[in-house]
Design a protein around this ligand. Sequence first.
Ligand code: ZN
Length: 375
Amino acid sequence: MLGHLRSQGKLGRAELARLTGLSTQAMSNIIAELEGEGLILAGERQTKGRGLPAVQYTVNPQGAVALGIEVRPNAILCALVNFLGDTLYTKRTDLESSEPAVVLPVVKAACDEALSSFGEHVPPVLGAGIVMPGPFGRVGLSGTGKAELVGWDDQDPHALFEEALQMPVRVENDATAAAIAEQTTGSATELQSFCFVYFGTGLGLGVISNGEILHGAFGNAGELGHVVVERGGRLCSCGNRGCLETYTSRMAVSEYLQGRGKSAESQKDLSDLLAANDPDLDAWISEAAGPLAQAIGTLENLFDPEAIILGGAMPPELLEQLIERLDLFEATVSVREDRKLPRVVRGTSGWMTAALGAAALIIHDTYIPSISKVA
Ligand SMILES: [Zn+2]
């Protein structure tokens, strides 16, 4: 019912009963309960066809809030959204280390601060979505260097965060959360099946297939950065050679430019170099486009997406150039005449993407609980 209200804006009791297949009496009970909880609002009466004008109900944006936290090796990003998923607050806090003993109190303080803006009238908090770079647990990819969170290998992040925050928690990898944010507010709002290639420190992948998140058996699906694109190629921090992220990632571009005496630690550094038409950055983009195009061909054939979206911690104009220079395979299942979008598009949901996506996931679970419970 909430899902229908959110997508339609406002509806009367009879329409809600019809859409949900419930009796009008059952719908009246649900309406009374949700109105009592402050999650929906009764608006004006509106005439539709014959009969008595019906009271129109809407979702109450202030009815509840959700938190989203992205944990990176050197910082946390905290976001707060309302019941419609609108952003109310964002903040970045630096971390001295990514050990759980350091991270947990910082996250708790950040959440308290985000909620303190409400004063004494804090709306019900539905929970906190936590995003962390994968992989989760001890796997063959552990020890993957700079992109890794030190100290979490043998921990249960879900239990630790639930204990620290005293609220329901959902843990996702950063690329999946970013994909959800892109679907909520970015360039994937019309898409049901897409791949989101996420530039964090390494390179992640979120796959949404017919509206459902692809997790894998242990929540580790989507380690795109460690897909080998050149057998025997560059040595990767994971121990293999020729992994995609040694060619195409934030790490790769920073190392490439540092090797040529240039600093590219921040997004601004990269933006400045791009604006100045730096020849080394230009050369890197051309070099990075090759392995990325190969990986995109694989993603297209594996997942049959409506589009592949590039986003995350890269300047938008750099992603545009990268997309422009992709020499995509001429033969994949994504080459079809009835395409609505280009095969590869740039994400538009911004630098807080993963944290907002994590918060959006909590809201999403409330509207469409069956998806998370069944999955
Ligand atoms: Zn690797």
